[in-house]
Design a binder for this molecule. Structure first.
Ligand code: SAH
Length: 401
């Protein structure tokens, strides 16, 4: 069967279908026989082999190296609201694993990982925050918004098209805007039964770092009665989890953003903790660590969850230096036998890079490091089997002797 709608064709050069057939969702411009210049940026296309066989259907952008992103391999599947609803329904079903009565802040759609390239949807209780990263998804925007409202019954949708990556696609950077229903200034969410305030309008990323949920829970086994230092704390995700593990647990949270630290204090209160029994610093983490080291301060547990030091391949070397300096300082304020949780959300830094960094520092400081747990993101950030690009977060728990 073929779709009732007829789409224009983009033909591959001979023998260029292997990667597509393996499940990959991108076609680079060099693989196309004749770029379909007559199609507007973001337009839908059928991809055919050099011998004219239908292979897949996706959207095209002449401005980017990734010329086509695949939406379906089923010739009978028309790209319409019903198609989008099916994909969103399947994504929603997977997130039921998080038990919505315990956790109602999660990534509902993880772009290629959920078969919807260029679309990110984060759910905060009954509010959705949407990011559109590609011209093709922008083209489908009205259908996407309809499908999301129909499928999720959300109270409102906030569109946050403020990511710099849009420029590469020929798209404008936009101010956050409500595009369906209503969206309050702050949303109270649950994560593993704990409560957090999220500001979907001005918060970083879409408001909360939902990709750290599983690491926050994992941290709790190490923090009973511990002196914990949470670097780059944002609104206190790791801090709240740690502080809840015991009366004797004492948490220091450091972030450069004053509003984030103010919300961190509120999040302590929301979870029955007294923020005045803990410490909060609005400061540069590097400055803070240099100072803590110089006065000989020691912690039992140190969390390092920096922003992406490298967003592009050409920033890799600089970024590796920054990770090295940060982890070195982190270990220097960790007591012998203490626990380090170190993370990297830079796509161009691999798990091996992070482990190499730890190995180099261990050698330099003569502090043996035992690797205890390795993580990526949780089940709400599914990783596409043949697309490592859909995985960006690396996190390692280790004991530093
Ligand atoms: N661990 C957090 C997320 C961290 S995101 C959580 O679980 O929610 C990175 C954070 O680093 C942001 O809050 C940002 O404000 C902060 N930041 C960026 N550069 C910084 C610096 N040099 N010193 C301190 N904080 C910094």
């Amino acid at each position: 069967m073929t779709s009732l709608v007829h789409y224009p064709t983009a033909s591959l050069k001979p023998h260029r279908e292997a990667s597509l057939l393996s499940g990959h969702l991108w076609i680079f411009s060099g693989a196309l026989q004749q770029p379909p210049h007559w199609i507007e940026a973001g337009g839908l296309v059928d991809v055919k082999s050099s011998t004219g066989q239908f292979i897949a259907r996706g959207y095209y952008n002449p401005l980017t190296d990734i010329a086509i992103r695949i939406l379906t391999r089923d010739n009978a599947e028309t790209i319409d609201t019903a198609f989008l609803r099916r994909r969103i329904r399947s994504a929603s079903k997977l997130r039921q694993l998080l038990h919505p009565e315990q956790t109602n802040a999660y990534r509902l759609v993880h772009s290629e990982g959920d078969g919807l390239p260029g679309l990110v949807v984060d759910r905060y209780a009954d509010v959705l925050v949407v990011q559109i990263h590609t011209a093709g998804m922008e083209h489908l925007r009205p259908l996407v918004l309809d499908a999301l409202m129909e499928e999720t019954g959300a109270r409102g949708i906030l569109l946050r098209n403020d990511s710099q990556s849009r420029r590469r696609e020929g798209l404008e950077i936009e101010e956050p805007a409500v595009v369906a229903g209503e969206v309050p200034a702050q949303v109270l969410v649950k994560e593993n039964g704990l409560q957090f305030l999220v500001d979907p309008w001005h918060g970083q990323k879409t408001g909360f770092f939902i990709d750290q949920r599983d690491k926050r829970a994992a941290l709790q086994k190490y923090t009973h009665g511990a002196r914990v230092l949470n670097c780059f704390s944002y609104t206190g995700g790791f801090s709240v989890y740690a502080a809840l593990t015991g009366q004797e647990t004492y948490v220091t949270s450091v972030d450069i953003s004053a509003p984030a630290i103010a919300t961190a204090r509120e999040n302590f209160t929301l979870n029955g903790l007294n923020p005045n029994e803990h410490t909060f610093f609005t400061a540069d983490v590097f400055d803070y660590l240099e100072h803590a080291k110089s006065v000989g301060e020691q912690f039992d547990v140190v969390v390092l969850d920096p922003p992406a030091f490298a967003k592009a391949q050409n920033a890799r070397v600089q970024a590796l230096k920054a990770y090295r300096r940060l982890n070195m300082l982190g270990m220097q304020v960790l007591r012998p036998g203490g626990i380090l949780l170190t993370c990297s959300c830079s796509g161009v830094i691999s798990m091996d890079d992070l482990l190499d960094t730890l190995a180099q520092i261990a050698q330099q400081l003569h502090r043996p490091v035992q690797l205890l747990e390795k993580y990526t993101h949780g089940v709400d950030h599914p990783i596409h089997r043949v697309m490592p690009e859909t995985s960006y977060l690396k996190a390692v728990f280790c004991r530093v002797k």
